[in-house]
Each structure stands twice: as structure tokens, then as C-alpha cells.
Write a protein that binds this ligand. Structure first.
Ligand SMILES: [Zn+2]
Length: 619
């Protein structure tokens, strides 16, 4: 720690790496994302290392890690000590030294390394669109003091202009914090006295603000909404009318495109900081009108956090991609939320206008290593039982349309401890689609899948389908009075042999943090420490396998992602502790110290004291 001078604010504000040190010094062990592009900086440094000027003729970009405990997650669960990534691909994995390496060599000093984790069900692009200077890290806080410290640290970074909001939205629910509540106006004022603050809970509110935020919301006007009612303690109520959503609207309509790019980068850096290097985004629960006019889906005062313009929400991310600044891999699923719309008439051929256009005008699994399209998911139309004939007919026709177009299709059904009728409908329909169109080569999927029976799993497997097991029950799950497990039935699913991934389903109903899900899958404990899934635990190796290899299969990317093997994409995560051997409570707090995507360091907590002679950040 001999770099004191640079730990202070300078003209450009704190560097990201030093900010992390500052956060740690303040007793906040949570990673704060910064707007700086770590990727750019490292590309430059690598070129300097090679003795080349910018855009020199040597395009080789190489990174070598030595002296680690590198869990490759290959077919034999091999553990090695070194790995080299060249131009984005693993080229050497084994027990070599750094001799002859052309790029940076990092001494891991015995740290555990795992493949970059993959999230197979998230609404991540929503996080990438958050208004304000967003603090996603609040979902890792254990108590209000940590929430307040994170908000204060965001202000301390020095780049939030006067009048601009510091925000924290989604996922954070009172159950996550020891005090079982959100901070009050007075507490927010104490933490951030000179910037407005806005906290928004879950996917639909309520919300909380400070004095400056209260002043803004109580006087805000816009074409579609007037002022927001704010309680004396800063509470902005959900309900009807939903004042939290109206407040959200006032912030959303003030976002510039540059704001959205900053938020997208912040979100990506946050993901890298928790070890997730690739996401399968499930779009959003879109407004289910019959319209195909994107402009009609711009922010509305009644829109909750999990509704956005699902045509335009990728724009900032795609622009960052053009600028080669994205930090994690994005695979885009398209969720279609149109059930039966009476105004479209009674003929089934006039229903599902959006899905029909999608299948005609979009390419599945199209793009490159960093951004590409995926499938139709997490549903093609809202699930409906035959007891709701119009909606059932639309749901069933949606399955047919996707099969006929030869796209991949998903449904999201968990079942319950006492009923698997919904899953049965999905499985039987997939069988019917296979009989009519043939779907075995399309790798259809079932999301959540918590209570799928051995028979249902075997039938899905016979169709070459996969499942993605939910890992979010820990947040709101409670012990059942009948003693039955709250699910998922992880051992039963794995025993079936079906390809099985795992997901957290962030960023509204649950945090975007795989370690919480891994902890739940291996302990069955909810956020309050209660056993809610008795007898349904799997090993840490099995759970991590689901989050790496299992999810790679689920994304149709098992040749590129999910393990540290020659020829695969150079994504890995260096952990601050040994995931495989620490106590359960410690494992839940696992926090990467270095994340690598495509062979580039995209997140660095500053722990490994890399050789930074050519780093602009350094002395
Ligand atoms: Zn979801």
C-alpha cells in the first residue's frame, strides 16, 4: 500500500481500483463499480508490454496466470496451476511457468480460480438501464449501515453532478438487511446530504428518498404525470396509484443516452465483480398491448421497474459494443408477453402479432462472442391452463409458431411441492410439438423447473431439452407448515441426467449474485438462516458445475464457455477465498478479486498487486 497519493481524489475523480481500496478502508467490503473502462486500459497496457505502439502490427494479446488453484471444470474436474489466454482464447492450461510469455503474468499466490460464471436467467439489461448513478452493490449489503456506506461511497467518488440522483433499485428488500427495513429519510440525509437519493424496492416499489429527492419529486412535472406524494420519512408508496412508479418515471424520462451508456457499463462492471461473465437476458415482462409501435412503449408513469421499452432497451449496450467497451457477454432472449387480445379478433391467426414479427424478422443465435441473440424466452406467451380457453389457445399457438420457425423455445414453470400440473402441460406440449414439427435439434428449455418429477425430467431429456434450476428461493422462501421442501428438488433434477443449469433470476425479484444461489443450493438456508429445502442439497462442485458447464449447455455455447480448456473463450474468475473448502457462511460471501473476459481483465479489486509499471493508474 505504498500508493497513498493516488488513493486521494484527483482531477478525474478516484480511479476504480483505488476506489475499491477506499471502500475497503471505510469498512465496506463490497465492490463498487466505476464508469472507467477497465478493458480499454488493459488493452493499452498489453500493447505497451509487447513493445508495440498503439495499433502496432502485433495483434497478439496474451495473459498468463500462474501459481493458482485453477478448477478447470473439465470432464475430469482437473485442477491446474497455470493458464494462458491469447487473443481471447485459452491456449495453455496446465502446470507451466511464465517462461516465454509475451504478455502480463499474474502470480495468483495460491488463490482459487473458477471459470467465469454464467447466468442462465436474468433480466440484466434492466439493470443496465437504471436511471441515476446506480449502486447495484446494495443488494450485497447485510444491514443498513452497509447500504448507507455504499451510497456515501458513490457520492465520494466525485463524479455525480449537483442535482443528479444516486439510486439503488430492485432486488433489495428489507429481508436482506438485519433491520428488516429500508433506511429512513434522516438516515439517507446523513449519508448523502448534498445529492438526491432514490431507493426502489423489488420490481414494483415502494421507494424511499431523502430531503433533496423529496423536494424534487414533490414538484416534478412532466407531460404524463405531476408531482409524487412523499411521506415525512421519505417513503414513496407502491399500491394504486403507485407513487414509486411515478417517481421512477420522472427519473427515466430525464435519462440521456450517455446516462444509459454509463449505467450499462456500471452494471457490467458490477456483474464482473460478482463473477458473472456471461448472461442470458430474458428481456422484460413487456407491456402486452397489440401494438408494434416501439415509441408507444416509452416510459409511462405506471410502469414498474420491470417494464421498459423492450425494443429500445439494448441501444446503449449495443453502442458500447460498437465501441468495443462491453465488459461481459450478453445473450439476448426475447420474451413475448401477449396473451389473448380481444381487440385483435377471435381468429387465432390475428393473435400474437409481436411474436409473429419477431420470428419473421430476427435471427436466433446470431451475433458474436460478446453480444448475440438467443431464443424465445422465458416465454413465448403467458402460460395459461385450458380452463382459460382463449389464453390457452394463444399460449399453445405460440409454442407451434416457435417450433414451426425452428427457434429455440422456453417456458418458465416451477410447479409446487403439491402440484406439477403446469410442468406436465409444458412437457406434454413439447412432446406434441416434437410429433408435429420435430424439436429434438432445437434444444428447448424449461426455466425454474423446481418440482419436475423424474418422469417429466426423463421425457424432457428424451426431447433433448434442458432445464435451468432456480436459485432465488432463499430470498422470500419460508419454511412450509407441511415440512415439504420449498424447492428446487436439486438432487432429483441432477439424478435425471438432463442438462441442468442454475440461475438467480435477478435483477428485480432477486440479487444478481451467484454466490447466494450457490449457498442456497448447497445448504437449503433462506436469508434468515432457516432451513426451507430439507434434504434437497447438492455439493458445491455440482452447484458450480450447474453455474458453469450446465449453463453453457443451456445457452448453446458449451463449445466456447463454461470451463477452462484449450480453445475455449478466456473467461475466468479469481476468488478471494477457496469456494470449495471454506465454511458455508464464508462461501456465501465469496467475492472475486479479478475477473477476466475474453482474455481481458475487466474487474480488479487490487488484491493481487499486479505489475502495473505501464498502468496509467499507477505511479
Ligand atoms: Zn425471469
Amino acid at each position: 500500500m505504498s500508493k497513498k497519493g493516488k488513493d486521494d481524489l484527483d482531477g478525474k475523480g478516484l480511479s476504480r481500483r483505488n476506489l475499491l481500496k477506499a471502500g475497503t478502508a471505510a469498512g465496506v467490503s463490497l465492490a463498487l463499480g466505476g464508469p472507467a473502462s477497465a478493458e480499454r486500459g488493459n488493452s493499452d497496457r498489453d500493447e505497451h508490454h509487447g513493445g508495440e505502439s498503439h495499433r502496432g502490427k502485433s495483434k497478439d494479446r496474451e495473459l498468463t496466470l500462474v501459481n493458482g488453484r485453477i478448477h478447470t471444470m473439465d470432464d475430469h474436474d482437473t485442477v491446474v496451476s497455470s493458464a494462458t489466454i491469447r487473443n481471447g482464447l485459452f491456449v495453455a492450461v496446465g502446470r507451466g511457468s511464465n517462461s516465454g510469455s509475451k504478455g502480463e503474468v499474474i502470480d495468483l499466490r495460491g488463490h482459487t480460480v473458477v471459470p467465469g460464471l454464467i447466468e442462465s436467467h436474468t433480466h440484466f439489461v434492466s439493470l443496465a438501464n437504471r436511471p441515476g448513478y446506480h449502486v447495484a452493490q446494495w443488494e450485497r449489503a447485510n444491514n443498513l449501515a452497509e447500504v448507507l456506506a455504499l451510497l456515501a461511497a458513490r457520492r465520494e467518488r466525485g463524479d455525480v453532478p449537483p442535482g443528479q440522483f444516486i439510486t439503488a433499485m430492485g432486488a433489495g428488500t428489507p429481508r436482506m438487511f438485519a433491520e428488516l427495513r429500508l433506511p429512513t429519510l434522516a438516515e439517507l440525509d446523513a449519508a448523502v446530504p448534498d445529492r438526491p437519493v432514490f431507493l426502489y424496492q423489488g420490481g414494483g416499489g415502494p421507494a424511499r428518498t431523502n430531503t433533496l429527492g423529496k423536494q424534487f419529486f414533490e414538484t416534478a412535472t412532466a407531460p404524463l404525470a405531476g408531482p409524487v406524494t412523499v411521506g415525512a420519512d421519505g417513503t414513496i408508496a407502491g399500491g394504486n396509484p403507485n407513487m414509486a412508479n411515478r417517481a421512477l418515471y420522472h427519473l427515466r424520462i430525464r435519462q440521456t443516452f450517455e446516462d444509459k451508456k454509463r449505467s450499462a457499463l456500471d452494471a457490467q462492471l458490477y456483474s464482473a465483480s460478482v463473477g458473472i461473465t456471461a448472461v442470458l437476458d430474458q428481456t422484460l415482462v413487456a407491456a402486452a398491448t397489440g401494438t408494434l409501435n416501439p415509441a408507444s412503449l416509452d416510459p409511462q408513469p405506471t410502469d414498474p421497474l420491470f417494464t421498459l421499452n423492450h425494443y429500445r432497451m439494448y441501444d446503449a449496450w449495443l453502442q458500447l459494443h460498437r465501441e468495443e467497451r462491453t465488459l461481459i457477454r450478453l445473450q439476448i432472449n426475447f420474451l413475448h408477453n401477449q396473451g389473448f387480445i380481444a381487440a385483435l379478433g377471435s381468429s387465432i391467426d390475428s393473435q400474437l402479432p409481436e411474436l409473429r414479427e419477431r420470428l419473421k424478422n430476427q435471427f436466433p443465435f446470431f451475433g458474436d462472442g460478446m453480444v448475440r441473440t438467443g431464443a424465445i424466452g422465458e416465454w413465448a406467451a403467458p402460460f395459461a391452463l385450458p380452463s382459460s380457453p382463449d389464453n390457452y389457445a394463444v399460449w399453445y399457438e405460440a409454442q407451434r409458431l416457435v417450433a414451426k420457425a425452428r427457434w429455440r423455445n422456453e417456458n418458465a414453470q416451477a410447479g409446487s411441492p403439491t402440484s406439477t400440473v403446469n410442468i406436465e402441460q409444458v412437457v406434454a406440449t413439447y412432446e406434441a410439438m416434437d410429433a408435429e414439427f420435430g424439436i429434438k435439434d432445437l434444444r428447448w428449455g424449461l426455466q425454474h423447473s423446481a418440482f419436475a418429477t423424474p418422469d417429466q425430467l426423463a421425457r424432457l431429456k428424451a426431447l433433448n431439452c434442458a432445464v435451468s434450476m432456480s436459485g432465488f428461493t432463499w430470498l422470500n422462501g419460508t419454511p412450509r407448515a407441511d415440512g415439504l421442501p420449498a424447492g428446487p428438488l436439486y438432487p432429483q433434477i441432477l439424478a435425471s441426467g438432463i442438462p441442468a443449469g442454475m440461475h438467480e433470476d435477478g435483477v428485480h425479484i432477486a440479487p444478481h449474485n451467484p454466490w447466494f444461489a450457490l449457498h442456497y443450493a448447497t445448504t437449503g438456508l433462506n436469508v434468515l438462516g432457516q432451513q426451507i429445502n430439507p434434504g434437497q442439497q447438492i455439493s458445491r462442485q455440482q452447484a458450480l458445475h450447474a453455474y458453469t458447464r450446465g449453463n453453457a449447455w443451456y445457452l448453446n455455447r458449451e463449445d466456447d464457455l463454461g470451463s477452462i480448456e484449450k480453445g475455449k473463450f478466456g473467461d475466468l474468475v479469481v476468488l478471494d477465498r477457496d469456494y470449495f473448502s471454506v465454511s458455508d457462511a464464508d462461501m456465501r460471501k465469496t467475492s472475486p478479486i479479478l475477473s477476466v473476459v475474453d482474455g481481458k481483465i475487466v474487474y480488479d479489486a487490487g488484491v493481487l498487486h499486479r505489475d502495473r509499471r505501464h498502468d496509467d493508474d499507477d505511479d
